[in-house]
Write a protein that binds this ligand. Structure first.
Ligand code: HEC
Length: 496
């Protein structure tokens, strides 16, 4: 009896040993690599790198591996793999791949796909609606884009996109082409008039956003992995790339934006205290001009003249981010912005208030809107809202600015409407129990379109004067919507 027990015990410890010795790398190569890539940089399926999975909770990752994803190619593994195997795999994908995967200029060039020859396609829309009042709606739920007529609020077309579009889409100056950037580094050029994908290229392995020059000649990609920026011509043919490094230190790229009046791209680095400016005023792209800062910038915003970049730095030890004003001509910091918490400057707006030009920015930490005088850099007012929000929007032709509080579990279902003349919250719209966020106005500013940010979500059209709902269209987690006219004309009420 004693011997039997000893035997049972030893097999038990053996199986315990086997469990700790699960070779996650081997399991990955066996079950996952065919779709997610041997280096986890993606393939038919998305990249599975720590940078890529920043927004995926580990519990959600385990569930995805066990149960798969309905209506996608991601299979369920719970029949083939033990819970411990799934656990090991879900841990593995949050660990960095060593050595760090590379993505060279040769890789970029080899990735390029020409889908159609835009020069041979008609130079006018194949659909009938105002091409300037078009909305491009990014549906993150099932990775599609819907094109919506901004006068009738009717869908014109719906098409699949690369996995997880990131940063806003950017338009060519005539409004014919839109450029999408994806989390995994793909840039897709789409012909809105002919409803056709034109070309694609993979600029990096993990990308923050793309920008298109105001003259339509250049496209820039801001990457987290590798640490670089990559520049293309408007056909997405590689022109040059620049490693974002200083000596032995290198940095992720926070964001790249077009600065039309300066005829340049401005680039913020996340880990190095530098701002880069790349001029496209000449026939060719200039070499980057490097502006030294005191602290790296996370995200930033331009004043209406594009003289200044207003940026927030990463939260310091105590969780407080700081904001600063950089004079792009002088090439140095000229002021600190009096904003506490975690300002989301990339989503700020500007408008006139009592004869002064002001910036209003939501705050990711506190339920408040900071209104700052763009002449004196002083706070004009802090407007309390029901909770921290992400997006703020307005339009030249409406006296109201709309803001969400989607970061607050109890207030995520509300939009607060602020009167720009009094800086008071004057109304609220609600979608009880659901997340309501991301507003964008029609070309004429008469309607505000908001997202019910859920898998079975919707695009809700509000009358911008009465705040009444006038229409809703079902959508799959519409994470963003972009009005072509407001974007191309750089409306003061929207991000650029
Ligand atoms: C047949 C192809 C295929 C195989 C094999 C496969 N996947 Fe996937 N996987 C996908 C696709 C496609 C998606 C994207 C699904 C979607 O659209 O949401 C995905 C998504 C995922 C996601 C979610 C990623 C995110 O950003 O939300 C995880 C995690 C994941 N897979 C892990 C694994 C693991 C681990 C294995 C191996 C055990 C594996 N997959 C095997 C195709 C595959």
């Amino acid at each position: 009896m004693k011997r039997l027990l000893a035997l049972a015990l030893s097999t038990l410890s053996l199986s315990a040993l086997a469990e700790t010795a699960i070779d996650a790398h081997k399991l990955y190569q066996q079950h996952c690599a065919s779709c997610h890539g041997a280096q986890r940089t993606g393939g038919m399926g998305p990249a599975l790198l720590p940078e890529s999975l920043a927004r995926l909770r580990p519990a959600e990752a385990r569930k995805t591996i066990a149960e798969g994803r309905a209506a996608t190619q991601m299979p369920a593994f719970k029949e083939q793999l033990q819970p411990a195997d799934i656990e090991a795999l879900s841990k593995l994908i949050y660990e960095p791949v060593r050595p760090t995967p590379s993505w060279s200029e040769v890789d970029i060039q080899a990735s390029r796909i020409q889908h159609a020859d835009a020069r041979k396609l008609p130079h006018k829309p194949v659909w009938s609606a105002d091409p300037m009042n078009l909305f491009v709606v990014v549906e993150g739920g099932d990775h599609h884009v819907s094109l919506v007529d901004g006068d009738r609020f009717e869908p014109i077309h719906r098409f699949p996109t690369r996995y997880a579009l990131h940063g806003g889409p950017k338009f060519s100056p005539d409004g014919r082409f839109v450029f999408f950037g994806s989390r995994d580094g793909w840039i897709s050029k789409y012909d809105l008039w002919n409803l056709k994908l034109v070309a694609e290229v993979r600029a990096g392995l993990n990308m923050r956003n793309v920008a298109v020059s105001s003259d339509g000649r250049w496209v820039i990609a801001a990457n987290y992995l590798p640490h670089n920026i990559v520049l293309f011509d408007s056909d997405l043919k590689l022109v040059q790339s620049h490693a974002t490094r200083a000596g032995v230190e290198s940095s992720r790229v926070s964001a790249a934006y077009d600065a039309a009046p300066r005829q340049s791209f401005v680039v913020a680095l996340k880990d190095l205290p530098e701002l880069w400016e790349i001029s496209y005023s000449g026939k060719k792209l200039a070499a980057p001009r490097r502006i030294a800062l005191e602290e790296p910038l996370d995200d930033f915003f331009f004043d209406p003249a594009y003289r200044h970049a207003l940026g927030a730095s990463r939260p310091q030890g105590n969780g407080e981010a700081r904001a600063q004003v950089v004079d792009l001509d002088a090439g140095r910091k000229v002021a600190n912005l009096p904003i506490a918490g975690m300002p989301h400057l990339g989503s700020g707006i500007t408008f006139d208030y009592q004869g002064r030009r002001v910036l209003a920015s939501p705050n990711l930490k506190d339920g408040a809107i900071d209104v700052i005088d763009l002449g004196s850099w002083q706070t004009v007012k802090t407007i309390p809202t029901p909770g921290p929000g992400f997006f703020m929007r307005s339009h030249e032709k409406t006296p109201y600015a709309w803001v969400d509080s989607m970061m607050a579990p109890k207030a995520k279902d509300r939009l607060s409407i602020i009167d720009k003349r009094t800086l008071e919250v004057v109304a609220e719209v609600r979608e009880p129990g659901k997340t309501l966020a991301h507003i964008e106005f029609t070309k004429d500013g008469r309607f505000a379109l908001a997202s019910v940010w859920e898998m079975d979500g919707a695009l809700v059209v509000f009358d911008a004067a009465t705040f009444k709902e006038v229409k809703r269209l079902p959508m799959s987690k519409p994470v963003g919507k972009y009005n072509l006219f407001n974007k191309i004309t750089r409306s003061e009420g929207t991000s650029h």
